[in-house]
Structures are given as C-alpha cells and as structure tokens.
Design a protein around this ligand. Structure first.
Ligand SMILES: [Zn+2]
Ligand SMILES: [Zn+2]
Length: 360
C-alpha cells in the first residue's frame, strides 16, 4: 500500500440515479480488509444491465444510491492483500464479475448457483463496481487470468466477465448435442456476438437474428445464417423462415435481445423438445411470454429457462476459451468521461458488440 500513498482512486459514479447522468470523481484508495485484495482495474466493459441500474429502466422499487460506482465486468491486477490473504499473488491479472462475492456455503452456492447466494453481493449495484481504478475484491471470488495473456488482449477479456460467462453458461445449460442449431436473437449485441462465437466453438450451428446494421458483426462472429428481423411483413413469416433455415427449428434459442416481441417469436421457431434460454430482460412493464401456452409447452415438450451469469468454474472455462483464441470480443475503447454518452447510445441501440472503458 506504501506505493499508493498520495494517489487517489478515479471512479465513475451515477450522479443522479434514474437518469443517464454520471460523473468522474476522485476518491481515497481503501486498504483491503480480511479476505480481500486490492485490484488496480484496467478495463471495464459496459453491460446493458449497468444502463438499467443507472437509469432504473426496469422500474425497480429501489433505485441504486446516488454516488453508486457501477460496472461488473472488469479486468485488472492485484496490487495489495488484506491481512492473512496470500492468493492470488500480487501482480496476478484477475477478472471481476457481476457476482462480487458469494458465501460459497449456502444451498445455492453448493449447487453452483452463486448468483443466487443468500449473502451474495453484486458488483455495481448497492456494492461498488468495476468503473473505478482501485477496487476491493473478494480474494476467493476473482477469476485469475493466465500470465501468458498479452496486455493488448486484456480489454477484450473484460466483457467475458459478464457477457461471456452469461452466454457460455446458457449454452452449457441447454442440453445441446454437436451440430445442433442455436438461434441467437440480438446476435449483433454485446451478449449476442459472444454467444455466436461460443456456440460455434462448442460445435453448434448458429442462426443470428438482428437488425440489418448488425449483420456484419454477426457474420464476422461466425453465424451460419443471418436473419434481418425487419425484413418480414409479420412475425409468422419470420418464424417460418427460421424454421426452414434450421430444418425444423432451433434446438436452443438464446434470447439476448431484451425485447418482448423477440421472446414471443422465439417460441414459434424452437424445435420440438427445444430450450428457450431467457437472458435479456425487457424494460418497462413486466410481461409474460405471450405465446408460451401450456398446451404448446406440453405437446412440443419445450423448456423455458432463465440463466444469470455462471459459477467460478464457468468463468474459468469461458476465459480459457477466449485466451485460446476461440472467442474474440468486438469492442470499442472509450474514456471514463464518456459513460453517459455510451448509455445514450445503448438507449438508441446503436452499439455494435461491446463498449469497454479504459480505466488506466
Ligand atoms: Zn452484465
Ligand atoms: Zn451462498
């Protein structure tokens, strides 16, 4: 900690929760306590969930407090240990995830559902997140990153810590077999373009659905087919087209698009005995999936599951795939002062792939 004396922690705070307003402030650097490491954060991805927490677009009853430091997919380097902590060693590159810490003892943790931990803390929501230079992290919950990773590969790993883990775990939970068809709605977005790459790397075929401006991102990610969601006169035509492309429907749909319409369509292009994995949460009023009638679920033996990030093993596995080159994040690097602008771009749906904030 001596080396940090006289330094301050530059952080982005939500200065007026309920709006897109953010502010860059300088805070004292806190010393790590028992069980903690101090991480010098280098990069943080911006997830749509950050936008939702900042603006309260989900209309949650409790808004995050003024001064909240957001962010939940970051990479950095361990610079100090709390009392008694020895691992990961100082100098280790680590990832900080959406789940900031979990008890690792409750029944959900024992099942690997650490995101449901009864005592869990979430990065960037009622607990400080990754939009800051110096972050206190749970030593037993950070994801270590191989020393072999080149510095210029680090920004691309930041989005793996939420978006990557989310889609990788969703695919693992989908009961897929080699060569099965996966449909990715919102294929050109932050989650979607990673979902396409993980699915391809795991041996599946992919049809990506999105607006035409995101076709190139989907194709570059490796999608076998791209479906322009605006190119049909009605939903029925779109669904028929996907069923035709996939020879009977997708075995799994990863719903990365936070749109009620996309969920309603997905039910109709799922293959029999297929799985719809709900990932993106539609904003505004909470609605059920209108097309998911009990009769359809029973007769076609469909499964609808929700999936939220993953456990520590999932994190290591999907980081390893990215480090090995199977997955590359499509990102643009932006400054700390630009977060409000980034949120505005998210609101308008114009971001291709992911935005990564440079915290150096
Ligand atoms: Zn996220
Ligand atoms: Zn727990």
């Amino acid at each position: 900690m001596e080396a940090l004396q006289g330094k301050l922690n530059k952080a982005i705070i939500y200065s007026n929760p309920g709006t897109r307003e953010t502010e860059v402030v300088k805070l004292p650097i806190e010393a790590p306590g028992p069980g903690q490491v101090l991480v010098r954060m280098l990069y943080s991805g911006v997830c749509h969930t950050d936008y939702s927490f900042c603006t309260n677009s989900w209309k949650a009853p409790t808004t995050v407090p003024k001064g909240q430091i957001g962010g939940h997919e970051g990479v950095g380097e361990v610079v100090a240990h709390g009392p008694g902590v020895v691992n990961p060693p100082v100098g280790t590159k680590v990832g900080v995830k959406y789940v900031a810490s979990a008890c690792l003892a409750c029944r959900y943790c024992l099942l690997g559902k650490e995101a449901n931990c009864v005592a869990g803390k979430l990065s960037g929501a009622f607990h400080p997140g990754t939009f800051q230079q110096y972050l206190l992290a749970a030593a037993n919950y950070v994801t270590t990153i191989s020393d072999e990773v080149a510095d210029d590969a680090l920004p691309g790993l930041a989005p793996i810590m939420c978006a990557g883990i989310t889609v990788y775990t969703a695919l693992k939970n989908s009961d897929l077999r080699h060569g099965d068809w996966v449909a990715v709605s919102g294929g050109g977005g932050g989650l979607g373009h990673l979902a396409i790459q993980y699915a391809k790397a795991m041996g599946y075929k992919v049809v990506a659905l999105d607006v035409p401006s995101k076709q190139a991102v989907c194709t570059e990610a490796g999608a076998d087919f791209f479906v322009d969601v605006l190119g049909f006169t009605n939903s029925e035509e779109l669904c028929k087209h996907v069923v035709k492309l996939t020879g009977g429907g997708a075995r799994t749909v990863l719903a990365c698009s936070s749109s009620n319409a996309a969920y309603a369509q997905a039910i109709h292009y799922l293959d029999q005995a297929g799985t719809l994995v709900c990932l993106g949460i539609p904003e505004g009023e909470l609605k059920p999936i209108e097309t998911a009638s009990v009769a359809l679920l029973v007769t076609r033996q469909l499964r609808i599951i929700g999936s939220k990030v993953g456990d520590r093993a999932d994190a290591h596995e999907c980081v390893r795939m990215a480090v090995n080159g199977a997955v590359k994040t499509h990102y643009q690097l932006r400054g700390m002062e630009e977060l409000s602008d980034v949120f505005a771009e998210m609101e308008h749906g114009t971001i291709k792939g992911r935005v990564v904030i440079d915290l150096r």
